[in-house]
Ligand binder design. Sequence first.
Ligand SMILES: Cc1ncc(COP(=O)(O)O)c(C=O)c1O
Length: 382
Amino acid sequence: MDHKATIRAIREINGVPSDFIPLHAPVFRGNELKYVSESIQSTFVSSVGKFVDEVEKWVARETHTSKAVAMVNGTAALHISLLLAGVQRDEEVLTQALTFVATANTIHYLHAHPVFLDVDRDTLGLSPSAVESFFEEFGERRGADVYNKSTGRRIAAILPMHTFGFMVHMDEMLRVSEKWGIPLVEDAAEAYGCEYKGKPAGTMGVVGAYSFNGNKVITSGGGGILVSKNEEMATHAKYITTTAKVPHPWEYVHDETGFNYRMPNLNAALLLAQMEVCDDLIKEKQLLFERYAEYFSKVGIQLLSPPETTTRWNYWLMAIQTENRAERDALLKATNEAGVMTRPIWKLMSELPMYKDCQTDSLTNSVFLEDRIVNIPSGVKG
Ligand SMILES: Cc1ncc(COP(=O)(O)O)c(C=O)c1O
């Protein structure tokens, strides 16, 4: 790969001739200041307020779910999602090795064990056939439950993650989940605004979680939202993430161990303004992707995109596939030294010290992608 030409093209396509280009930066050009100021003027900057209610209503409406619950970040939303799906101490959750560390961490928060399986090359997300093969080899039905023959532990959930907003093959994943009777939780942290065959990301399993961290398509500064079609589950999510306080005019009565995971109203104010412009931002990101596609196809470099027949994409992070690990590293060095921020896809979870002893399958595709994928600047201009 001609690095100088690649850097020149990225700069030109982004309209940034010489300054530093970040991988992704938030854009505030709507009602952000207005709503944040309103929140400050109202003094409701903290745990309750109208903006929290409004973002929750907005997301429930957009995702056709009965209820959305706003939290401090996507990690918290995923932690609660797994808890509500019934994951308990010493149980197992099947997930992908190629993911951001929060996916695995939330399993560990519950003292459960991740099992790291392979991804599909086209979706970069958990492979339904890898999950099915795992069940065929290790699954042992005992009554309504399925145990892992090799560890003796109950398999409590399947946790696919929609990498960069590419949707996992959900029809097939749901079939495996139904066949084995294991609840599906979606890590949709990167996929707000995405759909799989018309169904919003995060809404196809029992529960799903989005992130609105500063690097996402839209942001609340820090924030996450849990969605579920199961109203009872979502209502319980709200209850336990707001300290499990029994309603009472003055008494502090808490009837289970709750969490203080609620999104502050100040952050929700920012998020509501971002929600209002989300579709426009996605359209602008699509234009950026199309400019990249035109250039990279001309020079024979593979720009990744999700399967068109299934995914409505939010164009969150764009990525190219290099020839091999050495080429990946050379590109990372050249671009970052030139002030064009690029990043490799994550290290596999099974390579991290705290997860190195977890069970895995061959991870053939995961290793292939880990060696080759580089994210390129994917933000729109402010
Ligand atoms: C796949 C994935 N899961 C979970 C999270 C956690 O979200 P947050 O950073 O909002 O805690 C992120 C990202 O930020 C993510 O990319």
